[in-house]
Design a protein around this ligand. Structure first.
Ligand code: FPP
Length: 258
């Protein structure tokens, strides 16, 4: 949903980086390439995920500094259960470790954690930790951190349809806004920018509905190496793009078309 919140009116100074003319309100990140990062170093994949989690801490900090208001991270997809048991187990313990170690830091930085995804199949301990992080940070308002965990974009849409039917909403009253209101991201503006690391050109079932008009930025950098400079480069590229949302956006475009 594009609305008045989409672009921050007065982007915060980006510290050592030149100010950007506009900063996306909502950024989504597909944190890809942990496995390759580890392989390049002769390490097990799990260590790549650990390096990825370390990097996430820095990127959250930079997100606050850059003035982005919502960050959605793809931490674990509904398809990731198909990975080898040891890797799945490693990712689960990482989540545990992350929330235990980082909760204070998230609280200090004014980060509000939200969960996007299903709890079915998630171990009770993991579920408890996610809900605790959501609850303990509920009063924060500097940054919303949507953690897409056990998340699938199509499943999210199916679930929204089920809820709409269960709510007995007459078909003629169902609009795009209705669907948006039944998604995990209800009440939040859609992502303006989606970053995917490690050079893959796929959307991988991430924010399938919400990303309809998002700008995509693909970088070959592997997630553990995606640093503040790389993030700034993504934001700078975004700030130079002309978004049209299917229309024409200035007089020059309209004249070209005449
Ligand atoms: C994709 O890399 C990454 C994931 C499936 C998991 C992302 C998770 C993290 C960065 C850890 C932080 C998150 C938590 C749980 C707090 P890949 O394994 O597909 O890499 P490859 O394509 O190189 O194999």
């Amino acid at each position: 949903m594009e609305n008045e919140h989409t672009i921050t009116a007065n982007p915060a100074p980006q510290n050592n980086f030149p100010p950007l003319p506009k900063v996306p309100y909502h950024v989504g990140i597909i944190m890809d390439g942990n496995g390759r990062w580890a392989k390049q170093r002769g390490m097990p994949r799990t260590l790549g995920h650990r390096a990825g989690a370390e990097n996430l801490r820095n990127i959250i900090e930079s997100t606050v500094e850059f003035g982005v208001k919502i960050l959605t991270i793809y931490a674990f997809s509904t398809e990731n259960w198909k990975r080898p048991k040891t890797e799945v187990k490693g990712l689960m313990s990482l989540l545990h470790y992350y929330f235990n170690r980082e909760l204070d830091e998230l609280l200090k930085n004014g980060v509000r954690v939200r969960h996007l995804g299903k709890m079915d199949g998630v171990a009770p301990r993991t579920k408890k930790e996610i809900l605790q992080a959501v609850e303990k940070t509920a009063h924060n308002d500097r940054l919303i951190l949507n953690v897409a965990f056990n998340y699938g974009g199509r499943a999210e849409i199916v679930q929204a349809i089920q809820k709409i039917v269960a709510a007995n909403i007459p078909p003629e009253e169902i609009t795009e806004d209705t669907v948006s209101r039944f998604l995990y991201t209800a009440g939040q503006p859609d992502p303006d920018l989606i970053i995917r690391t490690s050079g893959e050109f796929r959307t991988s079932n991430f924010l399938t509905w919400q990303a309809a008009y998002a700008e995509y930025y693909i970088t070959p950098i592997l997630w553990p190496d995606f640093d503040k400079q790389a993030y700034y480069d993504a934001l700078r590229t975004f700030s130079q793009r002309k978004r049209r949302f299917g229309g024409l956006n200035d007089e020059e475009d309209i004249e070209d078309d005449a």
